[in-house]
Design a protein around this ligand. Structure first.
Ligand code: SF4
Length: 264
């Protein structure tokens, strides 16, 4: 439900798991053996149910994401848990929007179809599940292996393509898809092929899409050239700026590309 007039949405992350099936070189999850300083785990079913029930008492409009440091689809019961969340969200009384961040590695046809159909539940706003953010960061196999730590480029690209095609076949606008590329030393050469390659896919599917250097709007497909969060932030910002200039999306501001609130 929308919150009272004038209130901001409340973004709630409920982490299904802090396990991840990739080892991205820029990710704090991958840099530590224990993401939270204790052995990684998977949320159990009673906890998920209780966490969802707890959203009833949240003030304002809740925007729910089922992740924090791990890969949510690696939870063995991911599909069942998300399906349940939508089934009990009658009238959007638990959450108004739902956003999934994923690396796409486990997003098979069955899971993709389920996710795309979730908005069709009775008594739910049709844009409830509004965005899937795919963390891709590479175009070529070798780059993917270098940046993401696993030789899975083809499988991920196939999964993302299938997700887009399935959404198209089902005639669904939502969830929007954000194809993210975190600019860094190891993938700079893939920048243009990534934009051209995914741009061609979106164009072929007749999608209206956006090329952007900061968080895309949740209701549009986008290729998102993302800034690296780094201990050497000035260098990361400069590289991001260079990438945006090469793609013609940096604007005329000579300084770092300004950041939207979600970037902090
Ligand atoms: S897939 Fe996501 S959570 Fe996993 S290592 Fe990469 S950036 Fe981190």
């Amino acid at each position: 439900m929308p919150g009272p007039p004038g209130t901001s949405p409340l973004h709630v992350n409920i982490e299904l798991t802090d396990h991840c099936n990739l080892r991205c070189r820029m990710c704090s999850q991958a840099m530590r053996s224990q993401a939270h300083g204790s052995p990684s785990g998977f949320m159990d079913w009673p906890t998920w149910r209780a966490a969802l029930k707890g959203l009833e008492d949240m003030p304002g409009s809740v925007h729910l994401s089922p992740h924090w440091l791990g890969e949510p689809t690696s939870h063995p019961e991911f599909a069942r848990m998300v399906e349940y969340a939508f089934a009990v969200n009658t009238g959007n009384h638990l959450f108004r929007h739902f956003k999934l961040h994923t690396n796409g590695l486990l997003l098979d046809k069955e899971c993709a179809t389920l996710l795309i159909r979730l908005n069709r539940q009775r008594c739910l706003a049709p844009d409830t599940f509004n965005t899937v953010h795919f963390s891709l960061d590479a175009w070529a196999r070798r780059t993917y292996l270098n940046v993401k730590g696993v030789d899975a480029c083809q499988r991920v690209e196939d999964n993302v393509l299938r997700f887009l095609e399935t959404r198209h076949e089902l005639g669904a606008h939502y969830p929007s898809v954000h194809l993210a590329f975190v600019v860094q030393q190891g993938n700079f050469g893939d920048l243009r092929p990534f934009v051209d390659g995914w741009g061609a896919v979106l164009k072929k599917l007749g999608q209206d899409w956006l090329l952007t250097c900061d968080w895309p709007p949740p209701d549009r497909d986008a290729i998102y050239i993302r800034r690296l969060n780094s201990g050497q932030q000035e260098q990361a910002d400069a590289m991001h700026r260079r990438a945006c200039c090469e793609l013609g999306i940096a604007g005329t501001n000579p300084g770092p590309v300004p950041r939207a609130p979600e970037s902090f």
